[in-house]
Design a protein around this ligand. Structure first.
Ligand code: HEC
Ligand code: HEC
Length: 191
């Protein structure tokens, strides 16, 4: 009701609408879901799922893209059309949706190699990527492997702007030959 009367007021004043009143967050999320999948669960392979990540993490990355501190191929351009309030509302909206791991099978040898190479990652991500130790750390189990591999390559590349120092340092410690196995290991985890 309140919303309607506000809209009526704008109509009286001859204003169609203000950006903040462009629509409820569900409407904004429809655009996001066009790429990220129904309810933020991606059909892959290089497109990440975003539903069920923590609100803090989602808000961090969206605002870092908007300010230009964080490199991206696609999202940096995309977030420019939204106010900070809309991005915060979208972060809260997706954080409340369930995380749905998309389990991608891989062979036993790759799994073993990935498991070994992720030992130093456990303190922050948990043994399978499902137990982030804080709100700034994303879930990795059942995230799309191809997407994660690309992200690790970004963290490893000095000239690419990725603000998180510890994640950059840890990514660089991986042997180049293990990067793909690490991503496939997390992608294969159900929980
Ligand atoms: C045109 C397709 C497209 C649209 C529309 C889109 N995204 Fe993205 N999104 C991507 C791609 C591709 C990536 C991978 C990073 C990159 O290349 O920028 C990504 C990455 C992300 C990530 C990082 C996920 C992670 O695990 O770190 C978040 C969060 C995100 N998008 C949120 C959104 C939100 C919220 C919207 C709607 C406002 C949105 N995206 C709209 C393509 C899209
Ligand atoms: C000190 C804690 C810490 C350690 C150790 C750590 N990570 Fe991370 N990881 C993070 C945080 C925090 C982020 C989010 C960083 C950001 O905002 O860019 C992250 C992000 C990621 C992402 C991106 C996920 C996405 O959705 O975009 C991947 C993949 C990843 N870590 C894999 C690893 C691997 C593999 C290792 C071990 C070689 C590792 N991490 C070690 C804390 C850590």
């Amino acid at each position: 009701m309140r919303r309607k009367s506000i809209l009526a007021l704008f109509a009286c004043l001859g204003l169609s609408s203000l950006p903040a009143l462009a629509g409820p967050t569900e409407d904004l999320a429809r655009t996001c879901n066009g790429c990220h999948g129904l309810n933020g669960v991606s059909v892959g392979p290089s497109m990440p799922s975003i539903a069920g990540l923590s609100e803090t993490y989602l808000k961090n990355v969206l605002l870092q893209w908007k300010s230009g501190e964080r490199y991206s191929a696609t999202m940096g351009r995309h977030v420019k059309g939204y106010s900070d309030e809309e991005l915060s509302a979208l972060a809260a909206y997706y954080a409340k949706l369930p995380w749905v791991p998309v389990v991608q099978k891989t062979d036993a040898k790759t799994l073993a190699k990935g498991k070994e190479a992720t030992e130093r990652c456990e303190t922050c991500h948990g043994a399978t990527g499902s137990e982030p130790d804080d709100e700034e750390t994303p879930k990795l189990h059942g995230q799309w492997a191809q997407y994660m591999e690309l992200e690790i390559l970004k963290y490893r590349t000095e000239s690419i702007k990725m603000p998180h120092k510890k994640m950059r340092t840890n990514s660089k410690k991986l042997d180049e030959a293990d990067v793909s196995a690490v991503a496939k290991f997390y992608g294969a985890q159900k929980k």
